[in-house]
Design a protein around this ligand. Structure first.
Ligand code: GAR
Length: 211
């Protein structure tokens, strides 16, 4: 069975969706470990309540991102992790982590990438005035929210939305999409195809096929 390692920094509602899906059997994976870079993250209580091994790795204790990531890799490997899920993990990851889990690091982002990457995606959407935003589940590469898109869900922006109401509407979709995509990965249905500049011109990026 595929073992997941989930990295969090905060409330962990996406982690909860993963826990619930594994309990229901709609996600047939084992949660090997939950790692937080924040000792007070509420998500840690969720994993403890579910009996999942829980580790805090405080990024502030490391000289640089790569050595922090090396510590993450050590924890993930020690728990037999196959697939790493960034579920509200608010740190940029480096090749140290990515090379240890090639095409096996998945992120959920609260916007329709490539729109509104980075932090405060909901505020970015409101500030821009888009009528539609959403969430994206993608493989992580060395950029900020630039990796190959696996799946997206659209969410309408309402005239009277504020950041909080929009966040909540997007989160509902994240909670449905992330466990579904993880199950596709578990079933071996998700494949990254390399970019092919020859066919559609330069700049065709690696893309994901779901079968
Ligand atoms: C989610 O909306 C997730 O998409 C976002 O943080 C929230 C975490 O919520 N991630 C990012 O913005 C990453 N760039 P949660 O802790 O309740 O799952």
């Amino acid at each position: 069975m595929t073992t997941l390692g989930v990295l969090i920094s905060g409330s962990g509602t996406n982690l909860q969706a993963i826990l619930d899906a594994t309990a229901k059997g709609t996600l047939t994976a084992k949660l090997g470990v939950v790692v937080s870079n924040v000792a007070t993250a509420k998500g840690l209580d969720r994993s403890r309540a579910a009996g999942v091994p829980t580790v805090v790795v405080d990024h502030k204790a490391f000289a640089d991102r790569a050595s922090f990531d090396a510590a993450l890799v050590k924890v993930l490997r020690a728990h037999g992790v196959d697939v790493v899920v960034l579920a509200g993990f608010m740190r940029l990851v480096t090749p140290t982590l990515l090379d240890a889990f090639p095409h096996r690091v998945v992120n959920v982002h609260p916007a329709l990438l490539p729109a509104f990457p980075g932090v405060h995606a909901q505020k970015q959407a409101l500030d821009y005035g888009v009528k539609l935003t959403g969430c994206t589940v993608h493989f992580v590469d060395a950029g900020t929210d630039t990796g190959p898109v696996i799946a997206q869900a659209a969410v309408p922006v309402k005239d009277d939305d504020d950041e909080e109401s929009l966040r909540a509407r997007i989160l509902e979709q994240e909670h449905a999409l992330l466990p579904r995509v993880l199950q596709w990965i578990v079933e071996g249905r998700v494949r990254v195809e390399s970019g092919d500049a020859g066919q559609l011109g330069a700049g065709r990026r690696p893309r994901v096929r779901v079968t």
